[in-house]
Design a protein around this ligand. Structure first.
Ligand code: FES
Length: 107
């Protein structure tokens, strides 16, 4: 199975505790740095679409700015909510490749 790496950001450009948007292949992803672990996910909350770039990191999880639901890393699972039917946050696979945090794509 071929694997491709799409470079997104250099580690030194994303300090611990930060979330930043990156654009690649015509879409925007958010990248979070939690103590040197990098996580990528879409900017839209899976609950009602709030902008997660305005959310805040809470340990290894992101809290939505709208209804305060908490989605955990690395799986995007719902940790806190008042709606058990809310789907998890989609997570993308990242890997450090050639000194860059990159999206890993397995075809
Ligand atoms: S829109 Fe994110 S928790 Fe409701």
């Amino acid at each position: 199975m071929p694997t491709f790496f799409v470079p997104l950001i250099r580690p030194e450009d994303l300090p611990t505790g930060a979330i930043t948007p990156v654009s690649t292949e015509g879409r925007t992803l958010l990248i979070a740095n939690v103590d040197g672990q990098y996580y990528a996910f879409p900017p839209e909350c899976p609950h009602e679409g709030a902008d997660l770039s305005r959310g805040r990191l809470d340990g290894a999880a992101i809290r939505c700015p709208n209804h305060q639901y908490l989605f955990g890393f690395p799986d995007g699972n719902l940790i806190e909510s008042d709606d058990d039917a809310c789907p998890p946050l989609t997570m993308f696979q990242l890997e450090e490749h050639d000194g860059t945090i990159s999206l890993r794509v397995d075809l």
